[in-house]
Design a protein around this ligand. Structure first.
Ligand SMILES: [Zn+2]
Ligand SMILES: [Zn+2]
Length: 345
C-alpha cells in the first residue's frame, strides 16, 4: 500500500479509475464480532481484496469490521465467496448504494482503529456479544402499533429533523457517545417496555441496543440494516412505511423522500421545508434547511453576511478568508456538528 501510494499520486489513481471500462458497484457492510488480531485481519484483507480490485475504506477493530467499498460488478460473487471463508462474515448483508455509478473510491485503505464506531464507552464489562434482537420492516410496523413500544432515533438532530419514524424519540445530543448514556437516563423508568432503536444503516443502533441491555433494559430491539433496509423491505412487502418525511443520506441529494410529509421548517423564514443545503459562501458552508423562496432571496446563503461575501469577486472572497481565517474557524467550529461526518454513517 505504501509503495503504491509513493509511486502513483491520488490524481493519477483517480484518472485510472475513470479510464476503467468495467462497471463497478458500491457496497457497504459491517459486522460486530470479536477480532483477536486486527492487524493480521487487515493484512489478509488487503492481500485478498487487492486481487479483486476492491477500492474503498475499511475499519477494523477488536469489536468488528465496517466497510464502504467499490468493486467490479463481475467480482461480486468472488468477493462474497471470500467473505464466506470467514465464519463471522458468513452470509453477511451487503448494502448496495442508491444512485450508484461505482466511482466512489479510487484506492483501498484499511485501517485498524480502537472501535468501528466511536462510542466513548470505558466500562470494561461492556461487550458487543449481547445485542438486542433484530426486527425487520414487518415486525417493526407490528411493534409500532403497541402502546408499550418506545422508538428511539439514534441519529443526529439534522437527520431526525427532516424525517423519522412515527412516535420516535430524539436523543438530543450531537454525538453518538453522548447519546448512549443519555438514552439510558431518559428511559430509566421504562426498563420493561419494548425499546426499538434505529439509525441510518444499523451500525449505531446495534451498538446502542447492546448498551441498553448492558444497563438492565430487558426488551431491546434494533432495526436490521437501518432505515435504508427498512424502506426497501417495506416496498417489497407492500406495507405502508411508518417512517415519515425524508431519509437524510450522505450524497448530493442530502435526502431520499419516503413520504410526502414535510415535517421540518425553513431555518430562515419558518415555512415548511425539508431541503438541506450548504451555505454557498465557501468560507461558511453551513449545512441548514432552506425553502426555495429564501434560497432565491439569499442566493443560497445562510445569512445576509454570507450573501454579501458570496457576491464579491472571487479574489476578494479569498482575501477575506485569509484575513479573518480565525474568526471563520470559530464560526465553523460552533456549527460544525451540523455537518455529517462519514464515520458516523
Ligand atoms: Zn424560507
Ligand atoms: Zn453562511
Amino acid at each position: 500500500m505504501a509503495v503504491l501510494h509513493n509511486r502513483i499520486s491520488q490524481a493519477e489513481l483517480k484518472k485510472l479509475l475513470y479510464a476503467e471500462t468495467e462497471p463497478r458497484t458500491t457496497i457497504s457492510f459491517y459486522q460486530y464480532f470479536l477480532v483477536d488480531d486486527p492487524k493480521q485481519l487487515r493484512d489478509d484483507l488487503y492481500k485478498a481484496l487487492t486481487q479483486l480490485k476492491v477500492f474503498g475504506r475499511i475499519y477494523i477493530a477488536t469489536e468488528g469490521i465496517n466497510a464502504q467499498i467499490s468493486l467490479p460488478v463481475k467480482q461480486v460473487d468472488a468477493f462474497r465467496a471470500y467473505l464466506n471463508t470467514m465464519p463471522p462474515l458468513h452470509h453477511i448483508r451487503l448494502n448496495a448504494a442508491v444512485d450508484d455509478d461505482g466511482k466512489s473510491f479510487w484506492v483501498l485503505k484499511i485501517k485498524v482503529r480502537e472501535k468501528i464506531v466511536a462510542d466513548g464507552i470505558t466500562d470494561p464489562g461492556f461487550s458487543m456479544q449481547n445485542k438486542g434482537s433484530y426486527v425487520n420492516a414487518v415486525q417493526m410496523n407490528t411493534l409500532l402499533q403497541d402502546d408499550d413500544t418506545i422508538v428511539i432515533d439514534m441519529r443526529n438532530h439534522y437527520e431526525y429533523e427532516v424525517g423519522h419514524f412515527v412516535k420516535a424519540i430524539e436523543i438530543p445530543s450531537d454525538t453518538f457517545r453522548e447519546q448512549l448514556p443519555m438514552a439510558v437516563d431518559m428511559l430509566k423508568d421504562k426498563k420493561d417496555k419494548h425499546i426499538i432503536m434505529y439509525c441510518t444503516g444499523g451500525i449505531r443502533c446495534e451498538k446502542a441496543s447492546a448498551y441498553m441491555l448492558h444497563h438492565g433494559f430487558n426488551q431491546v430491539y434494533h432495526l436490521e440494516g437501518g432505515i435504508i433496509n427498512y424502506v426497501r423491505q417495506a416496498k417489497e412487502a407492500g406495507i405502508e412505511p411508518r417512517f415519515i418525511g425524508k431519509n437524510f443520506v450522505f450524497d448530493d441529494r442530502l435526502g431520499e423522500r419516503i413520504t410526502d410529509d414535510i415535517i421540518a421548517k425553513c431555518h430562515q423564514c419558518g415555512k415548511p421545508a425539508d431541503t438541506h443545503t450548504n451555505c454557498k459562501n465557501d468560507g461558511c458552508h453551513l449545512l441548514f434547511i432552506q425553502c426555495d423562496q429564501c434560497a432565491a432571496e439569499f442566493d443560497g446563503c445562510c445569512t445576509t453576511e454570507c450573501q454579501t461575501i458570496f457576491n464579491m469577486p472571487l479574489k476578494e472572497q479569498q482575501e477575506l478568508r485569509k484575513g479573518i481565517d480565525k474568526g471563520m474557524m470559530v464560526f465553523n467550529k460552533s456549527k460544525k456538528r451540523l455537518r455529517p461526518r462519514l464515520d458516523e454513517l
